[in-house]
Write a protein that binds this ligand. Structure first.
Ligand code: MG
Ligand code: MG
Ligand code: MG
Length: 306
């Protein structure tokens, strides 16, 4: 029986490129695998797929009765809705351990590195399988995306070494330039509906029984939001009500200035001050040096909800 390899809901480049790269590896070692996805492909990911000549993996929302290899998360809120009726055969991830569980033994590749694709590269090395140039290109871009071209505090020497090795395989001379090209695509927000922007990279977390949604938009200059910031703030307030959430936060991340403005819609704004030690004004706060939701935003919040 073949397995599906799937990343998280609202897939990012790591989820999509990781599903393709891992499914290829699995097929090479005699374990039939099909990459799939749980949602639309972002403009950044589409840029990567086009660049290296790939189609998006098949869109598949239901996995009851299937074997599933999970990529880039272990949170139930981010997994397929019917994951309990599937068999989780493996996990490759670089986040905090979530609440996903399994009824059978499974393969686990979890490492505290900057990107799931860095771990997938370790898997290729472990199984001694050669990475095709086009897949190396996908993996490299996913790592540059997740590590914000090595600027994120989540970036490790393993990620940097991995990108250097993949650049060699893919024949990419200036990978930082490719990374900037990718973030320019990501920064083109004009004309996109506000809700689409809020949901572009959005994750729900269960924080001590409270549903907390955190979105992030990473751009090369925050001025792209000047005209729409009021609408973004109004939309996250709406999203909070619609989903019965305790809070919705939207991080507007400036990858050049290396910090994030957080827009806040919360039942208890005081939690933000407790978590980050800065006082919000007009439901906004600047978090200097904050680039990573996973490492710098979620843990302090989780702490104040406990
Ligand atoms: Mg991800
Ligand atoms: Mg990732
Ligand atoms: Mg990210």
């Amino acid at each position: 029986m073949s397995m599906y390899v799937v990343g998280h809901k609202i897939p990012d480049s790591d989820s999509i490129c990781g599903a393709i790269a891992l499914a290829y590896l699995k097929n090479q070692i005699g374990e039939p695998a099909i990459p799939s996805r749980l949602g639309d492909v972002s403009p950044e990911t589409q840029f990567i797929l086009d660049r290296f000549g790939f189609e998006a993996p098949e869109l598949k929302m239901s996995y009851a009765g299937e074997n599933v290899y999970i990529v880039d998360h272990t949170e139930k809120t981010q997994a397929p809705d019917d994951i309990d009726q599937a068999t989780v055969v493996g996990v490759v991830d670089h986040h905090k351990l979530g609440d996903l569980t399994s009824d059978t033994p499974l393969e686990c590749w979890i490492r505290p590195v900057g990107c799931s694709n860095t771990i997938i590269k370790m898997m290729y090395d472990f199984y001694n399988v050669e990475i095709p140039a086009d897949i190396a290109g996908l993996m490299l871009c996913a790592i540059l995306s997740d590590t914000v071209i090595f600027k994120s505090p989540t970036c490790t020497t393993a990620d940097i070494k991995c990108v250097e090795a993949l650049a060699e395989i893919a024949g990419i001379e200036d990978f930082k330039e490719l990374g900037m090209e990718m973030f320019k695509v990501k920064s083109a927000v004009a004309g996109t509906p506000v809700r689409d922007l809020v949901m572009r990279d959005f994750k729900d977390f269960n924080m001590n029984g409270n549903l907390v949604g955190i979105g992030q938009l990473e751009v090369i200059d925050l001025s792209v939001f000047d005209e729409i910031k009021t609408d973004l703030a109004a939309d996250i307030a709406k999203l909070k009500e619609e989903g019965g959430r305790h809070s919705v936060f939207l991080l507007l991340t400036d990858i050049m200035k290396e910090g994030s403005q957080m827009l806040i819609a919360s039942d208890d704004e005081g939690l933000v001050e407790q978590a980050y030690g800065v006082t919000p004004e007009e439901s906004k706060v600047w978090l200097d040096g904050v680039l990573s939701r996973k490492k710098q935003v979620v843990p302090p919040l989780q702490g104040v909800f406990a």
